[in-house]
Design a protein around this ligand. Sequence first.
Ligand code: UDP
Ligand code: GLC
Ligand code: MN
Length: 320
Amino acid sequence: MAEQAFVTLATNDSYAKGAMVLAKSLRNHKTSKKLVVLVGPHVSDQSRAVLHKIYDEVRLVDVMDSGDTAHLAMMKRPDLGVTLTKLHCWTLTNYSKCVFMDADTLVVSNIDELFNREELSAAPDPGWPDCFNSGVFVFRPSNETYSKLLQYCTEHGSFDGGDQGVLNGFFSDWSTTDITKHLPFIYNMSSIAIYTYLPAFKQYGANAKVVHFLGRMKPWSYTYDPKQRKVRGDVQEASHPSFLLEWWALYSGEVVPMLFREYGDQPFHSGCEEDVALSQDAPPPMSSAERKQKWEQGQADYMGIDSFDNIQKKLDAFLK
Ligand code: UDP
Ligand code: GLC
Ligand code: MN
């Protein structure tokens, strides 16, 4: 029987960092599956060299971009047109079944049981639960499906400008037909859930198996102080959600040393404080009006000032 694999995608060096951490997290939780990363031509040689060490297969693919600025603007994510590149995963026909995972996901428990599910299995999107979120999904590589997906894109485009719009259009019976294709939310738990349904997060959050750092701010958008084990940036000291810290612990402990080895004498900013101290790329502070506007647009700073701990403090104060 052909092998099974976890698959991710990185079109640039930032998402490549995410892919490195994701693979480390899968290996640390003892997956028995192969690990495959699709990379675009803009990923540096150094990042590729590290990916080669962590992944079983690094496959170079062309970047497919929807160029659909109108729909992408609605999500305030002009960068997501390139996510159509994800569709290449259907061409991995040397594997019988795969699980695609976004490069901004982190595995916190073994999830090999996902391979018992069929195409297309995925968890509900936290913003629109009749759609599935395309950050984690089970699929069967097939050139036929790949051609049909491309044809679908040409004929219908994507309603969000990215892969999630295409895939939900193509697998449009997901929400109604087969409940076994609905993955439990713990396989794709986005931190946004902390804000939209705090009691459920308190009840079930500890069972999370995959954390998805969905949204504009990614773990690598922050900086980290390895000595104090603290994430810095637009994050309040006491309120680091533990998953962000877990991502950074893995990245700084297991990935950064590999990257430094590859970069040698050439400059490389890991995001750890020692080497960022010299650069000026810390984000400027946000006014409360800007923050309110962002919140209303669904862009809460859930890793920072709008974190779970801060909301809880506010609720506690209110209840008192
Ligand atoms: N991606 C990429 N390069 C980009 C944007 C996205 O490689 O410039 C890939 C990466 O695997 C990423 C996925 O596409 O995890 C989906 O994008 P993202 O996670 O940023 O979307 P979100 O989950 O925040 O909606
Ligand atoms: C989403 C998904 C992501 C997808 C993007 C574009 O919010 O989390 O995986 O690439 O939309 O469709
Ligand atoms: Mn994502």
